[in-house]
Design a protein around this ligand. Structure first.
Ligand code: AMP
Length: 177
């Protein structure tokens, strides 16, 4: 799944047990962001995974995806488009409703930023079930935008996220769920 192995980055991710609820191992990027060298290495490693896809633009998923996509876009000379939760984007939006464990949620993208036929790479911090990212792939497909691949800093093993996505997924760190 991943071409580059960056073992040193793992120790910069703080693991918080039972957050935000019992039984969840929360992988906290705050400690990585606070460390200049690790942060730089993480962005460079993700940019190396994005580059071969040769996207027209990046798509960043709210909210931690924004943090990673922004410097990757600058490094690769690309623009970035935000996919946000319902009600956050002004003006006309395209929406896509998707199922959660209980109930449903909606992701949106600004209609005037969508260019049908465009090819994109989606960036986020972590893929768990892949539900959020898959909703973004589906939203984009619905409006004629092709997702070439998805790039994450972290991927939780064994949750079937990559299989669910239906497009190539790359992650820098593979971690236990
Ligand atoms: P999913 O839709 O299940 O792939 O969840 C992905 C989103 O939830 C990502 O954008 C992550 O920021 C967040 N997330 C899910 N599980 C974790 C976890 N164990 N630690 C940190 N963030 C998580």
């Amino acid at each position: 799944m991943t071409a580059h192995h960056v073992p040193d980055l793992r120790r910069h991710i703080r693991v918080v047990p039972d957050f935000p609820k019992p039984g969840i191992q929360f992988y906290d990027i705050s400690t990585l962001l606070a460390h200049a060298g690790a942060w730089r290495t993480a962005v460079a490693a993700m940019a190396r995974e994005v580059e071969p896809f040769v996207p027209d633009t990046l798509v960043a998923i709210e909210s931690r995806g924004f943090i990673f996509a922004a410097p990757i876009a600058v490094e690769l000379g690309l623009g970035m488009v935000m996919v946000r939760k319902r009600g956050k984007l002004p003006g006309n939006v395209h929406s896509f409703s998707y199922e959660l464990e209980y109930g449903n949620d909606v992701v949106e993208v600004s209609a005037d930023l969508i260019v049908p036929g465009q090819k994109v790479v989606i960036v986020d911090d972590l893929m768990a079930t892949g539900g959020t990212c898959k909703a973004s792939v589906d939203l984009l497909e619905q409006v004629g935008v092709e997702t070439l691949g998805c790039v994450f800093l972290m991927e939780l093993a064994g949750l079937g996220g990559a299989e669910r996505m239906g497009v190539p997924c790359r992650s820098i760190l593979q971690l236990p769920a």
